[in-house]
Design a protein around this ligand. Structure first.
Ligand code: ATP
Ligand code: MG
Length: 574
């Protein structure tokens, strides 16, 4: 490609509303432009990277036996009503009416559409396993679209859906996708980790997220230093066997009242009573579906609402309203305790190990000291209800854990029969008996993968693309456009590289050397070839890798072939 006749509108500065570096660099490098909140145009250079990611995805999905299709973006409401998600999906689902007043939505995901297809086409165990995928534009009306392609409203996703007649088959399909995803992100040249994850609104029983490791990631992940356990923070289990409890050897002391005038928060109460937060129990009154429940966690721990939801098999967990808290505890907010409540009491395992602790007194301006479990109140149900902390150990092996940050680029779910039951996608088994099909679903954010690659690989001058997803592999910079020797040499090298099928950008603009160098760095092209008058005199051109500081020279005569070898070496190093 020739820079002069291409379309790469680069900028020195990023607009002030671009908060993260990938967003800033994608705007500055002329990869994307914003149309409106969360909706972007992919400019040529951005589209090239996107296409490269898509090609890697395609190759690996095909290799894993998945079959490409393309489903509609617009979906009828009836299917969503059948699955029950028309009610539950919330405002991320962009809904509208057509001219006949029929409800429709723009697909945020395609479980309904694919299950509808499969229920009409697949009727026997002999037609399975089958895995169908597409690479397509999704729309989710995200509450806070941000960070460019990282969290858009309209975005490109690869989504795949597997269909199996039995559990073993479904597990094999899941494993195949786990392997394919590992290969995809490896081939993109990214440092990543697969972590155990929660299943969220898509539902189902089991899932892994693929996280690109980056300091700027929004997702917190933990991994064990001893075994291969890794999970996202929300999902990370806390094993009571490996939990430090602060249990005191001393006996139980008599309960005592402590006046705490207007003092409500854990921070204020513990400071006022000079105790550590580990000696206090937080009593949270929560609305769990239609029931009010008191949930107890240690003062220094944080409730994990999805664990509570899973433990109680609930659809929704929310903090109870002020009025409900006051009715339940007979006290204003901030003084709740577990004694004398007539709602179910659920507690985190860590509460078991506590002695002589502080709780709210269920009366205005009152807390209680030396409260004890089983003597002063009872718990109906214990469970793992809290977020893991850096002081916890690996829930599997008990070794130390590390905290890190990541960007979720892919997500694989075992769905089970949630959608096949709702939409009656059934098949006849070996015995001719009807059963629901067992499903899995598997997503990759294509644009988010490019953005995550930039978050992971950049410096102050710009992007440092891993070569498999770089818009170009090589850029050739003739420094003096009025020197025919320079121009001819650059043209010859460019033609040679094209002959070798190396993806090359020839910067043939009549610009200063500094401008060309800056743009080459900004765009993150892995190999830069500088053709200058001085070098040519000594029969050499300069090669510099974007990822390294030192450059080296190669003879001008067989420059194209040396560069091609360098490109190959870069690919081989991934
Ligand atoms: P998140 O928790 O980040 O909102 P999700 O769990 O809702 O993601 P999935 O439904 O699993 O996402 O979608 C599959 C993949 O699509 C994600 O792993 C992510 O890479 C991508 N993705 C999801 N939402 C967006 C978005 N708003 N913008 C860009 N990519 C997205
Ligand atoms: Mg989401």
């Amino acid at each position: 490609m020739r820079y002069s006749s291409y379309f790469i509108p680069t900028h020195k500065e990023a607009p002030s509303d671009a908060e993260v570096v990938s967003h800033q660099l994608m705007l500055r490098a002329g990869m994307i432009r914003k149309l409106t909140s969360g909706i972007y145009t992919y400019l040529p250079v951005g589209l090239r990277s996107i296409r490269k990611v898509e090609n890697i995805i395609r190759e690996e999905m095909n290799r894993a036996g998945a079959i490409e299709i393309l489903m509609p973006a617009v979906q009828p409401a009836e299917l969503w009503q059948e699955s029950g998600r028309w009610e539950h999906y919330g405002r991320e689902l962009l809904r509208f009416k057509d001219r006949h007043d029929r409800d429709a939505c723009f697909g945020p995901t395609h479980e309904e559409v694919i299950t509808d297809l499969v229920r009409k086409e697949i009727h026997s165990y002999k037609q399975m396993p089958i895995n169908l995928y597409q690479i397509q534009t999704k729309f989710r009306d995200e509450i806070r679209p941000r960070f460019g392609l990282m969290r858009g409203r309209e975005f490109i996703m690869k989504d795949a859906y597997s269909f199996d007649p039995d559990e073993e088959g479904a597990n094999r399909s899941y494993e195949a996708m786990y392997e394919a995803y590992s290969r995809i992100f490896h081939r993109c040249g990214l440092r990543f980790r697969a972590v155990e994850a929660d299943t969220g609104t898509i539902g189902g029983s089991y899932s892994h997220e693929f996280m690109v490791l980056a300091e700027t990631g929004e997702d917190q992940i933990i991994n064990c230093t001893g075994c291969n356990y890794a999970a996202n923070l929300e999902r990370a289990e806390v094993n009571p066997d490996y939990t430090q409890t602060e249990s005191e050897a001393k006996g139980l002391r008599p309960m005592a009242e402590a006046d705490t005038p207007g003092i409500k928060t854990v921070e204020d109460v513990t400071a006022f009573l000079s105790i550590s937060p580990a000696h206090l129990i937080k009593t949270l009154i929560l609305a769990v579906d239609d029931e009010n429940v008191a949930v107890l966690v240690r003062g220094d721990h944080e409730l994990n609402a999805s664990k509570l939801k899973n433990l109680l098999g609930a659809q929704a967990v929310e903090l109870a309203s002020e009025r409900v808290v006051e009715e339940t505890t007979a006290a204003p907010m901030g003084f709740a305790g577990p004694m004398g409540l007539n709602v179910r009491i659920v507690a985190d395992h860590a509460v078991k190990g506590m002695r002589n602790f502080v709780t709210g007194g269920n009366r205005k301006d009152l807390h209680l000291r030396n409260v004890n479990l089983n003597r002063d109140f009872n718990v109906d149900l214990f469970g793992d209800l809290r977020m893991i902390t850096p002081y916890d150990c690996c829930p599997r092996c008990g070794k130390e854990i590390e905290f890190g940050k990541g960007i979720e680029v892919g997500h694989i779910f075992k769905l089970g029969t949630k959608y096949s039951q709702a939409l009656k996608a059934v098949f006849l088994n070996h015995e001719g008996k009807e059963e629901p099909i067992i499903m899995g679903c598997y997503g990759i954010g294509v644009g988010r993968t490019v953005a995550a690659a930039i978050e992971q690989n950049h410096d102050k001058n710009g992007i440092i693309f891993p070569i498999p997803i770089a818009p170009f592999e090589v850029t050739v910079l003739p420094l003096q456009m009025h020197d025919t020797k320079v121009v001819e040499t650059a043209e010859r090298i460019y033609a040679g590289l094209l002959e070798y099928r190396v993806d090359t950008l020839l910067d043939d603009r009549d610009e200063r050397a500094g401008v060309k160098f800056n743009d080459a760095d900004l765009l993150g092209i892995p190999v830069r070839v500088t053709v200058g008058a001085k070098g040519i005199q000594s029969g050499q051109v300069e090669i510099k890798l974007r990822s390294e500081t030192e450059s080296f020279f190669v003879p001008v005569n067989n420059a194209a072939s040396s560069i091609k070898e360098k490109v190959k070496a870069l690919h081989d190093s991934i």
